[in-house]
Design a protein around this ligand. Structure first.
Ligand code: MN
Length: 497
């Protein structure tokens, strides 16, 4: 999937299209600084580096974020890559833009290194967001463009970046209600992580789209007539093709049987208000018989991320089946852009719609993330699946160690280093001395007390440790200890006999 290379002119055109009286001078100044800072620098694709900040700024302008965010997008790599300092940015562009650039630069140090570092990444992401959710938008736009140019990267980097996107970025985008961003990120990462599965899914998709294309446009025309006859003003109806990664996951759930997937192509109906949503549902059901148990009212009961729509699947002519998604314009915008839409409401000085209040609360909680315990409570609220059955405890220096539920100081010690496990004699949890078999809970600060004369682990520890890692280390050492004991004792025994 080659990227579309955007020029500065494209960016200006997008800004003129999306903004009322934009401060083009600001954008020009940010661009000029970026050009001089990145002069001579190349991307692995062979393009001049400036292509990258332009692409990031373009995406941000396309999302309609305010021009400070767009300018920060142009400047997001200058501090790291050139002699330009954050003080320079502050002097020329003010506190706000400099703050955004500084936060994005800091966030760059967060590199995914496998599951045990995962939590820490999440934490930094969220802490960064607590200070300013706009930093996350810039980071998403940055990552999106890096994914679009990932083909130029060495293979191991492709894999790491794609996995990071799938395991960290996409879930956050989803949690923020940014359906569009989540879908784009997932499909790009999917292509690199599972190229065979990606091709397979794409083949199924194009066959289906070919089969159903004409039929779908016929269905759209019919729906339009039905809704107008029902007195619904100005309905917008279009076909929507499912995203590849979400189709792939669904195919897996349905035993790879694409005939069972009804929402591969869905008809999306966008109307003025909630009454019209229900009226449209009624009109569609009068014309076509709905499938049992397929009517979902996400207007009365929104999804946890605020998503609202009515879904129904109906039998159409010739026994064909089609899914409809019915929503208001406002719901549509929220489903696609989530927190971005929320943020734009605030920018315009309007109260965000009710179903976005959760976002206000989230931002509020994050502002209060002063302590580690707050962060863990927050994780609890977010209920991210990867964290199920895991606890997170801290070293005295604040590093996060994740353990299975019921983990003990011995598991903790071995998770840090085998020698720490082998030599541990006691532990202090939240500054209180505890036994080694104490079950830790999330948020505990654990300090291991060692005895350097200690020969090795105690085989009794096997009765309470929870991690495979600790168990196998203890077994290894016990065996070795046993052998050593035999080698010391046996010669003496022999002598005696
Ligand atoms: Mn970048």
């Amino acid at each position: 999937m080659p990227e579309i290379v955007r020029t500065f002119d494209d960016l200006l055109t997008a800004i003129k299209r999306n903004y009322v009286e934009p401060d083009l001078d600001l954008v020009q100044r940010a661009y000029d600084l970026a050009v001089s800072a990145h002069r001579g620098e190349k991307r692995l694709t062979g393009d001049d580096f400036i292509v990258h900040p332009i692409a990031v700024a373009y995406k941000l302008a396309d999302m309609g974020l305010n021009l400070n965010v767009v300018a920060a997008g142009l400047l997001h790599d200058v501090v790291e890559d050139s002699a330009v300092t954050i003080e320079d940015v502050q002097r020329d562009f003010g506190e706000d833009i400099a703050g955004l650039v500084a936060s994005v630069t800091k966030l760059k140090k967060v590199v995914y290194q496998g599951v045990d570092r995962y939590v820490e990444n999440m934490r930094k992401m969220f802490l960064a967001m607590a200070s300013d959710v706009r930093v996350i938008f810039i980071k998403f736009a940055d990552r999106l463009h890096n994914l679009q140019t990932l083909y130029a990267m060495p293979h191991h980097k492709q894999e790491r970046m794609a996995r990071e996107v799938l395991e960290i970025y996409a879930p956050i985008a989803n949690r923020l209600g940014m359906g569009e961003m989540k879908g784009e990120l997932e499909d790009l990462a999917f292509q690199y992580l599972q190229p065979k599965e990606y091709d397979w899914t794409q083949r199924i998709m194009s066959t289906k789209v070919q089969e159903r294309g004409t039929y779908t446009s016929h269905l759209i025309d019919q729906t339009e007539t039905i809704l107008r006859e029902a007195g619904i003003r100005d309905p917008q109806i279009h076909g929507r093709v499912k995203r590849l990664y979400s189709l792939y996951k669904k195919l897996k759930r349905y035993g790879n049987d694409s005939a069972k997937i009804y929402d591969l192509i869905a008809i999306r109906v966008v109307v003025d208000d909630v009454e019209d949503c229900y009226a449209a549902l009624g009109a569609i059901h009068q014309r076509w018989v709905p499938l049992p148990n397929r009517i979902k009212d996400y207007i009365a009961q929104p999804k946890p991320n605020g998503y609202q729509s009515l879904h129904t699947t109906v039998f159409c002519e010739g026994g064909d089946v089609a899914e409809f998604q019915i929503r208001t314009r406002e719901m549509h915008e929220l489903a696609e852009y989530g927190v971005v839409a929320h943020w734009r409401y605030k920018e315009m000085g309007m109260a965000p719609p009710k179903n976005l209040r959760w976002m206000e609360e989230l931002v509020q909680i994050q502002k209060e993330l002063a302590s580690k315990q707050d962060f863990l409570d927050q994780l609890e609220v977010l209920k991210i699946d990867a964290f199920k059955d895991r606890i997170f405890v801290f070293t005295p220096k604040g590093d996060v160690i994740d353990l299975p539920e019921g983990g003990t100081p011995v598991d903790f010690a071995y998770a840090i280093h085998s020698e720490l496990g082998n030599k541990c004699t006691a532990a202090r949890v939240n500054e209180r001395l505890v036994n080694l078999d104490t079950q830790l809970t999330s948020g505990d600060i654990v300090e291991i007390i060692t005895d350097k004369n200690r020969k090795g682990p105690n085989a009794d520890w096997l009765k309470f440790v929870k991690t495979h890692h600790a168990r196998s280390k203890i077994r290894d050492m016990s065996k070795r200890g046993m052998r050593r004991w035999f080698s010391q004792v046996l010669p003496r025994v022999r002598k005696k006999t």
